[in-house]
Write a protein that binds this ligand. Structure first.
Ligand SMILES: [Fe+2]
Length: 231
């Protein structure tokens, strides 16, 4: 299930149907300098995935992408890895009262992973009256942005509905959030400042929350994809 992307970085992908749209989802696994594993936006856990993870190291941290769906299956990791530390984002504790979070992701990396990862919050977005609280990560040594819904990269092989959602009514392929996500931006200034800070990071590859991995030129592609927000 796990696919090696670069040194100490793996992904696993799974189908996801959300609000009637096929969009798939991607988990990222980072092996930290101390040897422990951090899992971002976990996919469903089964015996095979557990074995593959065990070969990589001790699972230490589980983090969501946002309050939307990056928290799916966290309960399976809570059960399977009682020693792991589960992080939420503010607001997720109300959506997932079944989970006990050990901490909340903030706007800067936790000391436990700050040698390997940077993190920044994407601000200014609300969904269904709640702040999205999406956190983007930078895996410094592989120059990889680990993104959530801020970054869809839907290719031509996706169903028409998904393409329409991600590309907009003019059906022009682009990297960036969906039309629905754009409508959720309530504080444009805050969103723009967040994106400007993320674009200060030195990254080349992007692991989008949904859609195809961008192997190179990611920073420029994301800057172009978010030009409407940066103006
Ligand atoms: Fe997502």
């Amino acid at each position: 299930m796990l696919r090696e992307i670069a040194a100490d970085l793996w992904v696993a992908e799974q189908p996801l149907r959300y609000l009637g749209f096929e969009m798939g989802r991607r988990m990222a696994v980072v092996r930290l300098a101390g040897g422990g594993l951090l899992v971002h936006s976990p996919v469903g856990l089964d015996d095979q995935l557990r074995e593959e993870l065990a070969e990589l190291g001790d699972l230490r941290f589980v983090v969501p992408a946002s309050i939307l769906h990056g928290h799916l299956y966290m309960e399976q990791y809570r059960d399977a890895y009682p020693q792991a530390t589960l992080y939420g984002v503010p607001g997720l504790e109300r959506k997932r009262p079944d989970l006990r979070f050990d901490g909340m992701l903030g706007d800067s990396a936790e000391p436990a992973w700050s040698d390997d990862l940077d993190q920044k919050r994407f601000e200014g977005h609300r969904v269904a009256g709640r702040v999205l609280n999406e956190v983007e990560f930078l895996h410094r040594k592989t120059r990889t942005l680990i993104a959530g819904d801020l970054c869809f990269n839907i290719g031509p092989s996706w169903p028409l509905k998904t393409r329409l959602l991600a590309w907009g009514p003019r059906m022009r392929r682009r990297l960036g959030p969906t039309v629905a996500f754009r409508l959720g931006i309530r504080d444009r200034g805050a969103a723009r400042r967040s994106v400007e800070r993320i674009l200060e990071w030195d990254f080349d590859r992007i692991l989008p929350g949904h859609g195809e991995i961008v192997e190179a030129g990611g920073r420029e592609k994301l800057r172009r994809g978010l030009a409407w927000l940066l103006r």
